[in-house]
Design a protein around this ligand. Sequence first.
Ligand SMILES: Cc1ncc(COP(=O)(O)O)c(C=O)c1O
Length: 447
Amino acid sequence: MRISRGDNTPDNAALIGFTNLRRARTTRPMVIERGRGIFLIDENGREYMEGTASFYCAALGFSDEELVEAAVRQMRSLPAYASGVYRTVPAALALGEKLAALAPMKDARVAFASTGSEANDFLIKFMRFRNAYLGQPKRTKVIARTGSYHGGTMATAALGGFPGTAAAFNLPMDDVLTVGQPDFVNRALEGESEAEFTARMLLEVEQTIEQAGPETVGAMILDPVSYSAGCVLPPAGYLTGLQEILARYGVLFFDDEVITGFCRTGNMFAAETFGFTPDCMSLAKALSAAYMPISAIVMSGEFYDVLEQASDVIGTMPHAATYAGHPVAAAVALRMLEIIEERDLVGHVQRVSPRLHRLIHGLSGHELVFNTRALGLGGAVQLHPLKGQPGVRGQAMMQTMMDQGLLLRVVGDTINFSPPLIITEAEIDEMMRRFTAALETLPREAA
Ligand SMILES: Cc1ncc(COP(=O)(O)O)c(C=O)c1O
């Protein structure tokens, strides 16, 4: 039974994710009412700087008039229409062309969905469709990595890497193979070099495929920089080494760029930053600067050709979704891609990110800091955990950061940075000033 309802009462009918539901009955959530640039104002008039672009998504901050205009224009001309059965809308066609041209794969083709989870889920379904047509119906298993998050649907939450999720929801895990996160900072053995660590991580993937039986493994999915695992940067040679191994076993390489896509790593896609070529890529979040829910699956021409052949046998591609290619979402995403070019956001990230790196790494000698890392317009400060209480210091830091007017995502004792792409150097200075002030107010219990 609800205790109370109405404005300013803690209890409310809406379930808020990643929140203790019992605590939510008595603790009012932070309610954000407005945004301006990279700043937010809550219902009490307090201002916060958003240093992780909400869930790594609000790439243009919270008040971009050009995106708003694009949405309004489309709303006025055609606010709704589903793409399917030989019908679609101009915005979806134009967006498909633009994404295919940007993609780092040959003859790319694009399918739309609404969320990152849905893109990954559909992609796994497409993989099974493809493999069944190719006479390899047993190739259904997907390899994922501990700590990597790929979504909240049945299939994506079962990918098993995100601690606790698959078990908590009692998800079907038969087709999931889990390998370790290539987190050299936290998982290297005593005296192990980065090259040795990379070789060990790659060997684990190879052995996992061998043990499962290569004829049962369809794909490996990974987030090139894993923010969910605490901003894990891939060790040198890991991603290119993986590409070689997967190709050798006929296992598809699914590149989940839901966070890293669109300038985050200093190039349009992380695939360019790390020099690998995936078979398929999933995109969301910054695709529309998160102003509208839209995601995309980008497929190599080779992958798509098999879908085409399979659909021809059946008579149709037995897949569609009401909001896949939604006109307003597609119009906003299309405008976003134009803005990335017009405002040279890749160049902007390359220009301002050295300052972020310098300030993040400048904290490496701090007594509470265990490790710092940075890449493109992102990075992390990993704190020493409190003795026997992993994650407690991270939670304390979340509170002291909020006291300083700074919102950042915390993973265990690691604090992630991924500010809106429009952040200026002066705002980077201010973000790091607030961060340092929050760090200074943390209690100094023994690490
Ligand atoms: C790497 C990655 N993939 C997929 C998803 C799922 O995207 P969505 O929350 O839009 O369903 C997320 C969400 O944070 C993500 O970080």
